[in-house]
Design a protein. Structure first.
Length: 274
């Protein structure tokens, strides 16, 4: 068997490859060569079946409903954010540009009565206890009442128009009410920058050491995590729990605002907002 025939095997069609393989066997050519040629053929065929540069691929994709999903403007964006990932700053600016109303825990409480607000405010101190777990919350009747009050306030906010719910919203509890919802997570990886941002908060401005700041950041994240996990089967902070995860350290504040604004419009309206 010639060197040329061996070289041609790697680029052969399947019938040709089989013919060459038979000749190789009769001449006792190594089976390793045949395996290499067969793998090359399979890889080539797989590549050809998914050639996204070809007109045929796109023509075929246009015929299949699975490729035709359109993005419609959601009634609600549920935003979870790690503490000091600039979530609040980004969300407020995005809502101003996208025509959504911004709600955090404080603004949601303003939709409740005086006694209800007092109960929620008292329970907020319980959530600040780093020893408490989501399992503890699930057994707590006061937590059940507080979470129900938040859900009540969110329902009222949704009736008033498109809104973004920061930290208190649970997608699985909003969608059954008939509202279209998109869930987003903001996170940040640069711990030193998170420490510097934490120092701008009035309650943490006097903290000096990295250890103190890290504990404060973890305490705030713990509060958010246990509230979410007590109400949702999708773990807080895990990518599978969200429709979009955004590293705000990478994109920065302004670009993150633009990306969030893009979610506040149907796909054919995005150019009007950006």
């Amino acid at each position: 068997m010639t060197t040329k025939e061996i070289a041609q095997g790697a680029f052969a069609s399947l019938p040709t490859l089989l013919r060459i393989a038979a000749k190789a066997k009769s001449q006792r050519v190594s089976t390793i060569w045949f395996c290499i040629c067969l793998m090359s053929y399979v890889e080539k065929e797989d590549f050809m079946r998914e050639d996204v540069h070809s007109k045929e691929f796109w023509d075929e994709a246009q015929k299949k409903a699975a490729f035709q999903k359109r993005f419609d403007r959601p009634d609600c964006i549920v935003l979870d954010s790690e503490y000091c990932s600039m979530g609040r700053m980004i969300a407020v600016k995005a809502c101003e540009r996208g025509g959504y109303t911004y709600y955090d825990a404080e603004k949601l409480m303003s939709l409740l009565g005086p006694e209800e607000r007092e109960l929620v405010a008292r329970y907020d101190k319980v959530l600040g206890d780093t020893e408490i777990t989501e399992e503890d919350l699930k057994k707590d009747s006061d937590f059940e009442r507080v979470s129900r009050l938040y859900q009540q306030a969110i329902g009222q906010a949704l009736k008033d128009g498109p809104c973004l719910i920061h930290e208190c919203g649970i997608k699985e509890r909003i969608e059954p009410e008939g509202f279209q919802c998109v869930s987003v997570l903001f996170y940040a990886m640069d711990q030193q920058e998170k420490r510097e941002r934490a120092r701008t908060a009035a309650i943490y401005k006097d903290l000096e050491t990295a250890e103190e700041l890290d504990k404060a950041i973890e305490r705030e994240d713990h509060r958010r995590r246990i509230y979410h996990n007590a109400l949702s089967e999708r773990p807080w902070g895990r990518k599978e729990a969200y429709d979009l995860c955004l590293n705000t350290d990478v994109f920065g504040r302004k670009k993150s605002v633009e990306l969030l604004v893009a979610l506040m419009a149907a796909e054919d309206q995005n150019h009007k907002l950006l």
